[in-house]
Design a protein around this ligand. Structure first.
Ligand SMILES: [Zn+2]
Length: 195
């Protein structure tokens, strides 16, 4: 929604990893093995993939990172990519583990066009098929309960230090993510527009 409103491409590390994994080369296989087990991909791989992505033409007037940076090392590296006059905002969407687990295990994906649907939503296709590709929606391996529990565990040990790192930054915002998506969207837009 934010990407559409402001015209900034959304760069999801999850999408970048899946794209790299599909290449099927040695690096791709390694990435797949990590994400299927709920583990973090090595810092230097994440950094080089994200950096290559923001150098593309569509990122010249801004972009949104989703799922990056995940470690302090990634955060510090990404600061070096900022050009003079660039403005940065960092958001932390605060939701409980229970809510994350509920949300992610309900997620179904089309393996053809990568559209994502939430099984709890009214818009979820009643026939269980992707409206565009007409093939069954599936649960990705990394959205299964065991894997998400592992992801949460990794998250608490690796990403929480990052939160402490960002806390002192004036461009850091912690936003309550427990409400509905529209409320969250509005809160974020208000911060962007005030910045
Ligand atoms: Zn599809």
């Amino acid at each position: 929604m934010i990407s559409q409103k402001y015209g900034w491409p959304r760069i999801s590390t999850g999408d970048i990893f899946r794209e790299a994994a599909e290449a099927g080369d040695e690096r791709g296989l390694m990435i797949k093995a990590r994400i299927d087990r709920g583990l973090l991909v090595d810092d230097h791989i994440v950094i080089s993939l994200v950096k290559a992505r923001i150098e593309r033409e569509d990122c010249q007037h801004g972009y949104i990172w989703d799922g990056f940076p995940r470690t302090i090392n990634q955060a510090e590296e990404s600061l070096k990519w900022c050009k003079e006059g660039d403005q940065q905002l960092a958001f932390f969407i605060d939701i409980t583990d229970q809510a994350i687990l509920q949300r992610l295990t309900a997620r179904r994906t089309c393996h053809e066009c990568h559209s994502v649907f939430n099984g709890h939503n009214r818009e979820y296709p009643k026939d269980g098929l992707c409206p565009k590709c007409r093939i069954p929606l599936i649960q990705r391996d990394d959205d299964k309960k065991e894997v998400i529990s592992k992801r949460l565990e990794v998250y608490h040990s690796t990403t929480e230090p990052l939160l402490r790192y960002y806390k002192g930054m004036e461009y850091f915002y912690k936003v309550d993510g427990s409400g509905d998506p529209d409320t969250l969207f509005k809160k974020i837009c208000d911060i962007i527009e005030a910045a």
